[in-house]
Design a binder for this molecule. Sequence first.
Ligand SMILES: Nc1nc2c(ncn2[C@@H]2O[C@H](COP(=O)(O)OP(=O)(O)OP(=O)(O)O)[C@@H](O)[C@H]2O)c(=O)[nH]1
Ligand SMILES: [Mg+2]
Length: 328
Amino acid sequence: MAFVDEVSLQARAGKGGDGTVAWLHLRGKELSGPAGGNGGDGGDVYFRAVRDLTLLARYRGEKLFAAGDGEAGGNREKHGARGADLIVDVPLGSLVRNEETREVFDLAREGMQQLVLKGGRGGAGNAVFKSSINRSPKESTPGAAGEEARLTIELRLVADAGLVGVPNAGKTSLLNALTHATGKIGAYPFTTLEPNLGMLFGFVLADIPGLIEGASQGKGLGTRFLRHISRTRVILHCLALDSADPLCEYRVVRKELESFEDGSLARRPEIVILTKSDTRDTQEIQQISDVIAKALKKEKGEILIVSVLDDDSVSSLSRALTKTLGEV
Ligand SMILES: Nc1nc2c(ncn2[C@@H]2O[C@H](COP(=O)(O)OP(=O)(O)OP(=O)(O)O)[C@@H](O)[C@H]2O)c(=O)[nH]1
Ligand SMILES: [Mg+2]
């Protein structure tokens, strides 16, 4: 099933049940009175965050999401039942936007549930209108309509760190080496077409497709994927040591991070990781990393070096990342 991270759907909360006009006749007595019950309230529409990234794909074909309507009021002042609430499960990290009111609901914590559309109130039965001046009211009110709206759901993955870099920088290889993820690796650009997630000692790492110039404007696989690292705390910027100009590639990617939305991605702590260290000798690596460190004025986050073919380098990277993620 294709990864779906955006879906638009029509949803409606339940209509309130109508109030009823009814009369109570007491046998053998002249006395009678209004006894129409109130309608039940319409059910509400809630959205709930669950750990399942496949959910949005299932909602694509659905026409309408509707909560239950309230029942009409009955005789003998019996109130109608409340309509059933509708709870729509969405992947953890979804933003639900009401296109009518522009309200946005952020489902960023697992199990979190948000009321998105409110059901209509039930109408009043004629028993409610009884008063000292009107002992036989014939009026009742209808139930109110529930809120209805077009809702857009946009998924923004919840991860601690995001791997970025140009296509072929070795991001997915690194995710697989560091975690139990099994993302697809290829010796060609744009191998990764949808985000991959992996767990590193309790921290979630996200790998997205490679970024090229103009990604923030939608070029390549573009913005669609930058938003999946928008919630991360740390950016892991991968530069391949077998590249002809890693520094230039670094700048291309930084520019895209800066141009995405309000630019906050570019202000996030960044760790530079030089990948594929097996493709160069130690001296060359030293030279390249000196040039990069100087150009980037990196002092706080050191520059880390790794090759997925060298288990020791993967372990030390893993320790360094776990330590940093624990601190940030
Ligand atoms: N020699 C060597 N090759 C590597 C290393 N890491 C990745 N590669 C190779 O580099 C190529 C690209 O690797 P990927 O992990 O698919 O790169 P990516 O950054 O995820 O690429 P996109 O998904 O296309 O953006 C593959 O042929 C990998 O086998 C490494 O440490 N050493
Ligand atoms: Mg990849």
